[in-house]
Design a protein around this ligand. Structure first.
Ligand SMILES: Nc1nc2c(ncn2[C@@H]2O[C@H](COP(=O)(O)OP(=O)(O)OP(=O)(O)O)[C@@H](O)[C@H]2O)c(=O)[nH]1
Ligand SMILES: Nc1nc2c(ncn2[C@@H]2O[C@H](COP(=O)(O)OP(=O)(O)OP(=O)(O)O)[C@@H](O)[C@H]2O)c(=O)[nH]1
Ligand SMILES: [Mg+2]
Ligand SMILES: [Mg+2]
Ligand SMILES: [Zn+2]
Ligand SMILES: [Zn+2]
Lengths: 210, 210
């Protein structure tokens, strides 16, 4: 088997092992600064007591994101040193060091990049693309693979809607041209608006997986 | 010579030919939606009569950016079809089709990506990284190559400063940890604030090149 087929088989096996353990795996992709880490902080606060959530966060440099998350959830930093997207071997290495006892959700925060992460299966059950209202509502068509291969789109920073030329209906229409019926959930990681509905969505997806 | 050395030699030759023609070449890199295209629109309006500016804009899909710029400047869309950064051959192919008569500035808008474009010489005299205040002031250390290999940093969307947790001095400090003395220019492509100083900076750089 060539490398690509072997990787795909490994990812499928890893996904199944998580299913068997009752853990929903989410691969979160977005541009740099769309708010992935902030959203994870908001989710952790919303789920303060339970369900239990753990995070693997990827970056090309520093462990700033892991430091921001450590007060709230079990987290391990994955540092690529240059590669512009996470790949399965690095994720599995991080998973071994992570305190995953009793968790229901494993969230992988991918490297800030709206292109390359869309081409790499990390064993997730759900891929979510996070787009912030400050990036513009014409982005889905311009970065189609990220939207085509995701099962949900979170539109973040809706608190800034009064100050930016962005239409939630326009971006939803553009996303649906690329991926018909893709669920679009508006949130603000800053104010907390929409976070409860987003957590409900994931809880529901986990229930379906079990 | 291996491919990398040949590419570097080609880029150097192309840069020299632009110098001989009095054209300053700028390679603009940033995350998706940081405001490259909007800033180019603002620059074109500022330089309405002259100097003359032409643009090559790269994307993985669509020609939306070229359409937005066409009313203002000679422009050609470069579509990679998937590659997450521009490379010299595609730039040279676009250059041949571009109406470059009498221009003083060739601006290359790179693909929206804060990582991979930092590793590819497009023959530019000046590489500029555009970071928007909405992305966060901890990004320079997290995406160091983009800042280390640039000769200027434009901080865009300063009109949003009242509504986001962003400090211009903090991001300047973080950028200088990676690249001491990197010029940081705050602008708003939306309101026009700082655009004149940014254009002055480029005019000055061109004068130095001649
Ligand atoms: N106004 C506003 N700002 C937000 C919101 N969410 C995040 N931010 C800000 O956006 C910036 C980037 O947030 P991060 O959480 O670092 O984004 P990220 O996607 O994790 O960035 P990378 O990991 O580098 O790709 C920070 O300054 C946040 O405070 C929001 O809902 N509203
Ligand atoms: N508030 C505010 N919004 C801005 C500013 N500059 C750009 N925008 C908005 O930011 C969004 C993205 O702008 P673009 O010009 O498309 O960004 P870009 O870097 O060219 O995006 P890509 O080419 O896809 O990488 C759009 O909705 C713009 O209207 C600014 O100075 N202030
Ligand atoms: Mg982050
Ligand atoms: Mg653009
Ligand atoms: Zn890549
Ligand atoms: Zn790349």
């Amino acid at each position: 088997l060539d490398l690509q087929s072997r990787r795909r088989a490994e990812a499928a096996a890893w996904r199944q092992s998580l299913t068997d353990r009752g853990i929903l795996c989410v691969n979160m992709i977005s541009s740099p600064g769309a708010g992935k880490t902030s959203l994870l902080q908001a989710m952790a606060k919303h789920w303060a007591d339970r369900p239990r959530m753990a995070v693997l966060v990827g970056d090309i440099a520093t462990d700033r994101d892991a430091e921001r998350l450590a007060p709230y959830v079990p987290v391990k930093q994955l540092t690529t040193g240059g590669a512009c997207h996470l790949e399965l071997p690095l994720v599995l290495a991080g998973w071994e060091k992570l305190n995953s006892h009793g968790i229901e959700f494993l969230i992988i925060e991918n490297v800030g990049n709206l292109i390359c992460p869309a081409s790499h299966d990390l064993g997730e059950h759900i891929r979510v693309v996070v787009l912030s209202v400050t990036e513009g509502d014409d982005k889905p068509g311009k970065y189609p693979k990220a939207f085509r291969t995701s099962q949900a789109c979170v539109v973040n920073k809706i608190d800034l809607l009064p100050y930016v030329p962005f239409s939630v209906s326009a971006v939803t229409e553009d996303a649906h041209r690329v991926h018909a019926g893709l669920p679009v959930l508006p949130v603000s990681a800053l104010t907390g608006e929409g976070v409860s509905a987003w957590c409900e969505f994931l809880t529901d997806r986990r229930r379906q997986m079990l």
